[in-house]
Design a protein around this ligand. Structure first.
Ligand code: SOE
Length: 384
């Protein structure tokens, strides 16, 4: 019989929904020693909290996150609220001895993230950041392929993360749905929101970045702020491109924008090495493209058989897939959160930490801050 794991969910937006869905489903598919119990959800508006609790099955509501953290019947604080709330909530939750599952990006900047790492370490509380894309089976398979030595010496890493939902000039900034456009709430634009994902994936697959140089652009300079009703300067980066040098000697390019007409959630990477290459595109999430030039035993693929192969990542031998349907049946976006949660609970069962944790997310924050710093003067910045 799994032990109850009492969840206190803060936030009721897109991420509140993805996380709540994971809590509800995880034990239906994974054999785990703990089972999430949806104890309480928290939102400033009582009506919104009630509606969210009814929709997802939370037993109770709070309208003040501090009260939620004080509750003895809560084991895990899930932070799915906007970025400018993460620091205060995570610090209080860790000091109260709660486990923490935090949305990305971890913080508004490195100074906050650094303190958050120190606080969770001092408190000794299990923690994880919801960089869910590590749990796309095809991306986990790419990691396996890299670890098996099938890429060999890496030369190039190429990431893009493109969307198009902010092109219209009349999209406002601020408020419940559009806080991602408000620098005071989001911290940054595509760098923290989208490139943070790309950096986390790159870190996992290709190791740390040591230096970056970047350029950013803000295409629409003023937007109406939903709270003041007035036009205000837009202070986020609408687009960001950066060059990177990795500790392993490879070099990388990263590009992100919310102005790529037709691109909705085009999150891709390619890693090119001496022995082979891998390519992934989130808009075809069940596929991993792999080119093998030489296998880890040193044998070259015969020339007449070389070519990119699209691996349909749905076999039970593929990461996570034995937990889902029969081979050939795909899983989707929401399952990446369920897979992530299963890893977190699996770690809890064994008493082992699970990645990506606050420390990994601090590293991503360091890269994001260096990218934004470099965009100001165009100079290369070292990752501290
Ligand atoms: C932005 O549009 C967004 O919702 C990000 O905030 C998420 O992290 C990403 O996974 C999908 O796009």
């Amino acid at each position: 019989m799994p032990k109850p794991l009492n969840i206190g969910m803060i936030g009721y937006g897109f991420m509140g929904r993805t996380h709540s869905n994971a809590y509800r489903k995880v034990n239906n598919f994974f054999d785990l020693g703990h089972k999430p119990v949806l104890k309480a959800c928290c939102a400033r508006s009582e009506d919104k909290a009630k509606a969210f609790a009814d929709q997802w099955g939370y037993e109770s509501i709070e309208t003040d996150w501090r009260k939620l953290i004080e509750r003895k019947d809560i084991d895990v604080i899930d932070i799915g609220s906007p970025n400018n709330t993460h620091f205060e909530i995570a610090t209080a939750a860790a000091e109260a001895g709660k486990m923490i599952l935090c949305e990305k990006p971890l913080a508004m900047n490195v100074a906050e993230a650094q303190k958050m790492v120190e606080t969770v370490k001092k408190a000794g509380v299990p923690n994880m950041v919801w960089f869910n894309y590590r749990r796309v089976p095809a991306i986990s398979l790419a990691k396996q392929i890299v670890d098996e030595g099938r890429i060999g010496r890496p030369f190039h890493y190429r990431a893009t993360y493109l969307q198009d939902w902010t092109i219209a000039e009349d999209v406002p900034q601020g408020g419940a749905a559009l806080w991602r456009l408000d620098a005071a709430v989001a911290g940054s634009g595509v760098t923290g929101d989208l490139l943070a994902h790309s950096i986390d994936t790159a870190y996992w697959l290709n190791g740390p970045i040591t230096e970056v140089t970047a350029a950013t652009e803000t295409f629409v300079k003023e937007r109406v702020h939903q709270e003041t009703g007035k036009k205000e300067a837009v202070k986020i980066d609408d687009a960001c491109m950066f060059l990177a040098k990795f500790a392993n000697g490879s070099i990388g390019t990263f590009e992100s924008t919310r102005y790529a007409r037709g691109r909705k959630n085009y999150n891709t990477f390619e890693l090119d090495g001496e022995a082979g290459s891998v390519f992934f595109n989130l808009e075809d999430p069940q596929l991993l493209s792999f080119f093998e030039y030489r296998n880890p035993e040193g044998q070259k693929t015969p020339s007449h058989l070389t070519g990119w192969r699209d691996i349909h990542v749905t076999n039970s031998e593929h990461p996570y897939m034995d937990k889902w349907w029969v081979p050939g049946c795909t899983i989707g976006y929401e399952h990446t959160f369920i897979n992530a949660l299963a890893d977190f609970i699996g770690g809890l069962d064994k008493g082992e930490p699970v990645k990506p944790d606050f420390e990994d997310a601090l590293y991503t924050q360091k890269v994001c801050d260096a990218v934004l710093e470099s965009a100001k003067d165009g100079q290369w910045k070292k990752i501290g």
